[in-house]
Structure formats: C-alpha cells, structure tokens
Write a protein that binds this ligand. Structure first.
Ligand code: ADP
Ligand code: MG
Length: 601
C-alpha cells in the first residue's frame, strides 16, 4: 500500500479515541466546559448508560452563534492564544479537542445563547459532519446533547462495560467534581432518576456524604494547609495550598483507589502524590490498608504543566519535591489535630465502655508525643531509631538525638500500676490513667525496632536441622524476591528447587515456632497480582513477624517485663496504635475521673 493522508473523519476518530473513551469521558469534557464557562448551575441527564443520551445544560457565558461552527472544530478554543499560555493554563480545557472528538463519534447538538444575544444558535454534527447554524429560542447558556455515542465505532462499543458500571463511573465522576466545585449547583439524573444534587452552597462536607455515605463522611478529617513555594533561584513565587479530606487511621480500604487529587481544580492521577499521602500516615496504617483521601491542591498555574496527557489526567510539577512534602506534612498535621488516643467519652457510664470523643486539650504526654515525635521527618526518625540499641532503648535514649529542646525530661512518663486479666497493663501518666493492651503494645514496639534494622541484622537462631519448606507459586516468588529483607530479619533462607526453600536459621523472636510455619506466615495472604512497593512488602513482612512474636493476651508478665514494655512503648514513634491500626492504649483523664466521682460538674 502506498502512503496516503487519512480522510479527515478517520483522523478525527483516531484522535477522538484518546479523549473519549467511554460515556463518563464525555460527561467529564462537557462538565469541564460548563465550569470553564462560569456556570452556577449545571444539569446533566444520562440515558441508556450514556450511549443513548448525555445532555448537559449550563447557565454559563454561552457561545455566539457565529462562533458555533468553529467551536466544534478541532484545535479551536477560546482558552489559549499563544504557545506561552500553555504554561499558565487557568481553565480546565485548552486543547480545543473535546467538541470535535465527541462530534466525530456521535450526534452532537449544541444550542447556545450568550446572555446579550436575542436568540440562540444551534448546530448539529453527525459523525464529524457539521450541519448549518440555525436560530432557535433558548435560555441563556449552553445545552450540549450527545446522542448515539459510538454508533459509528462498533469496536469502541464492544469495550464498554456493563451499563451499571458505566453509570457508576458517571456517578463517581460527577460527585468528585461536585466536591471540587462546591459553589456550583450540580444536578445529575440517570435514567430519569436524580442521582446527585448539590446545593452549591460551598459546603464540601455535604457533598462528602454523597460520595462516601453519611457515616464515613462524618469521620473524615479535614486537611487545610498552606505552604510557601519559595523562589530558590527561579522566578516562581506564590503559595501552594492543600485542602480536602482524609480518613482517620481506623477507616481504610484494601487498595489505593480511594485516594484522589485535584490540582488547580483538575482531577489528576499521580502515584507519587498518593505515596506522599501514605507517608503522611507513617506507620499508623495497618499494613496492606490504604486511607480514603480527596485532596485539592492549588498552586500558581505556572508551577504545573497540565499539557502532558490527552485527557489531562496527568500533570507535571515544576517542583515535585515541594508538592510532595507539602502533601505529606498537610496529611500528618490533619492526623495530629485528630486525637488517636481514644479517651472514654466524658459523659459515659462505666458499663458502656466504648471509646470515643477525643479529650479537648489533651494530656502533656500526648502533646509531647505529637509535637516531638510526629514532627520528625522520616529520615530523622530512622536515624534516631537506629541509634536506639537493642534490646530496649529507653526514653532518655530516644530523646537525645531527636528532641534536644524538650524541657525537663522525667525519667519515665508512664508509671506502672499493674496488670489486669493477664492482658492489660495499668499505668499512671501525666494526665490520668492509661490502660494498655499488652499484645498490641508489644506488636508496636517490635515493629518499630525491626523497621529500624535497615543495616544491622536481627539476632538469628540457627536450626539444628535445616528445614525444607514448599510454598505456593506467588509466595515462592515473593520470598525469592525478598531474600535480603528476610536476611535482615534473621531468616537464613536459600532457594531449594523450584518453589521450595531451605531454612537454615530463623529470627530469635520466632525461635519457638515451627520454621515452616514461620516462613508461610510471611506470605499468607499476599494477592497474586499485588505489586506493592518494596517498603510496603517489607512493612508487611515485619508486621507479620511482630504479630507472631508479640506477647499474647492472657500471658502473665513479671513486673520487670511490664515496666520494660511500658518504657519501650514510650520510646516508639507512634505509640498509640499497633502496626495494624488498632489502639494500644485507652486514656482516662483526671478530668474525666473527677466528673465521674462527682467532684466536678
Ligand atoms: P476546550 O475546552 O479545550 O477549549 P472544547 O472542544 O471542549 O475545547 O470547546 C471548544 C470551545 O467551545 C471552548 O474553547 C469554548 O469557547 C466553547 N465552549 C464549549 N463548551 C462551552 C460551554 N458549555 N459554554 C460556553 N462555551 C463553550
Ligand atoms: Mg473543553
């Protein structure tokens, strides 16, 4: 075949494939156009899961009738004038591609009237072929009607998911925009039924409930932070602000799909941003669990390049490190503001022993943990942990490198009172009574010690007779990849045939356990297709070792053991939760005791 230029309809369809992948992408482009047009109210109607009809009506600025033929042409836009504008885009659109793309794979009817025009204009494009502009009567604003989507691209139709799935995607998309644009009234009707209505009163919490449900919405923590973007040797100035919502450590999902971002009002996917959020949670999350987060990041338009992806779903930051560390800090600060030490509610009865309601003000112990240990960066934390000699680094040890500014340090913050039910330790602290779950606390202590062992090795115990352990394929692959991590933990393991391993030594912590069981525990429920980051795998493996090795509930501890557990817990960076996110302690403040005994109103 000789080389030929493609007919323009074919070229359009190819280009359309990048922008319009499914009904939700049409909704996205048209909704963005309405928001760019300054609409206060946008009404979206979807029928036949978006294949039969998508109609979006707005009360924005409208398109003059004489510009309608241009609006539907490729590379026609009112939002950019010269190439330089590309680096300071302040609108959602700028590529001038959406209407042309949508018009080439559907029947698109645009009806529009700027407020100052007497009549509206209407133009129809079918499969990329435009008709004439006709005058019609219509309210000010724009109505975009997309019918028979993909009627001329059967291949695309085949790739659509079940109707319910496409509808759900549209719901999710519109809800996210509703959250990003709380000042706009958004109404979405699917198959004739209202599926989302926002009031446009600017209240994001209200929209949150539609996104996650009332229960979850109530628990979400607000993020609000502003950081300077100092101009280090370049002209960029201005602030980066980070707002939105994150879940408390107790509210998680098994994947990171619920971590979303809007950058300058534009939804973006960015795994590095997601990683920054996870870092903000530190070791507070149970391994393999991920928070819910929806963050709105605002920065000067020239600090971000939005022109790197056809659907504008990816961006490039001019100063990625500042953005990522800003996000990490903002997340951490929001978690701090929320008190993860569960206090018994002030007004509760002793028998209704539920933990809730953070205590206003908080005890000095908690303040110290929060301000001193939380604000340390990961690197500092690791460094100070590494200095902590095993077995137990005391409080003094811990504070020396990390917090020299701490005023008068007591020898110990928690004074042991005793053990109850062979399960809980009772301690007196600076502001009342602490009940500590010995298993959870020990898990936390072991976890932090093991995670700090990046260079040094854990004490290991050689087996008299090496054990051969067979593993299922996924587990075997994981172990084979993680041999260095295992070695640091004190496992001496080598490949032995196809999916078997020879275990020569195990961590001293697990010496009492059957070596085969010890190895299997590490890979029990890793999913076959899971490819977590290296550090996450390590954290998971370590958390499992800790779970096995920690003292159990029901185990009687000598007073010496109890005291050293308390001291070790105090030395932890995140003493309040176990590596799986459960609380290690419950706090009964003096204030609360006084109320309960009727000493205070
Ligand atoms: P882009 O949004 O990238 O500019 P589009 O193809 O989506 O490209 O739209 C082309 C042009 O049509 C826009 O630049 C804008 O001038 C106009 N337009 C599209 N939708 C609307 C609308 N709802 N209200 C007003 N003008 C619109
Ligand atoms: Mg657009």
């Amino acid at each position: 075949m000789s080389i030929r230029l493609l007919p323009s309809e074919v070229a359009s369809q190819i280009a359309a494939g990048e922008v319009v992948e499914r009904p939700a992408s049409v909704v996205k482009e048209l909704l963005e156009n309405a928001l760019d047009a300054g609409a206060r109210t946008v009404t979206i109607r979807v029928e036949g899961a978006g294949q039969r009809l998508i109609e979006i009506a707005d009360d924005g600025c409208g398109i003059p009738a004489e510009e309608l033929p241009l609006a539907i042409e490729r590379h026609a836009t009112s939002k950019l004038q010269e190439a330089a504008d590309l680096f300071a885009v302040e609108t959602l659109g700028f590529r001038g591609e959406a209407l042309a793309s949508i018009g080439s794979v559907s029947t698109l009817t645009v009806t529009s009237r700027p407020a100052e025009a007497a009549v509206a204009g209407r133009i129809r494009v079918q499969g990329g072929i435009p008709g004439p502009v006709e005058p019609v009567g219509a309210p000010a604003g724009t109505v975009m009607r997309v019918e028979n989507l993909f009627y001329n691209v059967p291949a695309r139709l085949k790739f659509l998911k079940a109707d319910a799935t496409e509808r759900r995607q549209i719901d999710a998309l519109v809800t996210r925009y509703a959250l990003a644009y709380p000042q706009a009234r958004l109404h979405l009707h699917q198959e004739g039924r209202p599926s989302l209505q926002t009031s446009g009163n600017g209240d994001r919490r209200e929209v949150l409930a539609a996104l996650y449900g009332v229960d979850v919405a109530r628990q979400m923590l607000e993020v609000l932070a502003e950081d300077d973007m100092p101009a280090e040797g370049d002209s960029l100035r201005g602030k980066i602000s980070i707002g939105g919502f994150i879940s408390p450590p107790s509210l998680t999902r098994s994947n990171r799909r619920e971590i979303g971002f809007f950058v300058n009002g534009r939804p973006v996917q960015d795994s590095a941003l997601a990683a920054a959020v996870l870092k903000g949670y530190h070791t507070l999350l149970m391994v393999g669990r991920y928070p819910l987060a929806i963050l709105f990041i605002e920065m000067p338009p020239d600090a971000v390049d939005v022109n790197v992806h056809p659907t504008k779903a990816e961006v490039r930051f001019r100063h990625p490190e500042r953005v990522f560390s800003g996000v990490q800090r903002a997340v951490r600060r929001a978690l701090l503001a929320h008190s993860p030490v569960p206090d018994l509610a002030e007004q509760m009865h002793w028998d209704a022993a539920e933990v809730s309601a953070p205590l206003p003000g908080g005890g000095s112990l908690r303040r110290m943990w929060e301000t001193e240990t939380w604000e340390r960066t990961g690197a500092e934390a690791q460094a100070s942990n590494a200095e902590e000699a095993l077995p137990a680094g005391g409080l003094a040890n811990f504070q020396a490198p990390a917090a020299p500014s701490l005023p008068g340090t007591p020898a110990a913050i928690l004074r042991l009172v005793g053990q109850i039910a062979a399960t809980y330790l009772v301690a007196e602290g600076p502001d009342g009574l602490y009940l500590i779950d010995q298993h959870a606390a020990h898990e936390r202590v072991l976890f932090e010690k093991l995670m700090a062992q990046h260079d040094g090795r854990m004490p290991s115990q050689a087996l008299l007779v090496p054990a051969v352990v067979d593993l299922p394929p996924a587990g075997a692959r994981l172990i084979a990849e993680q041999l260095p991590v295992l070695a640091n933990l004190g496992f001496e393991v080598e490949a032995f045939g196809h999916a078997a391993f020879l275990v020569r030594a195990v961590p001293q912590l697990l010496a009492r356990m059957d070596p085969a069981a010890a190895l299997r525990v590490l890979v029990e429920d890793f999913e076959e297709d899971e490819s977590p980051l290296r550090e996450e795998i390590e954290a998971k493996i370590v958390a499992r070792v800790c779970k096995r090795a920690a003292v159990k509930a029901g185990q009687i501890l000598s007073p010496e053991e109890q005291r050293s557990l308390l001291a070790d817990l105090e030395a932890c960076q995140s003493p309040r939760t176990c590596p799986h996110g459960r609380p290690t302690m419950i706090h009964l403040s003096v204030n609360m005791l006084e109320r309960q005994f009727g000493r205070k109103a």
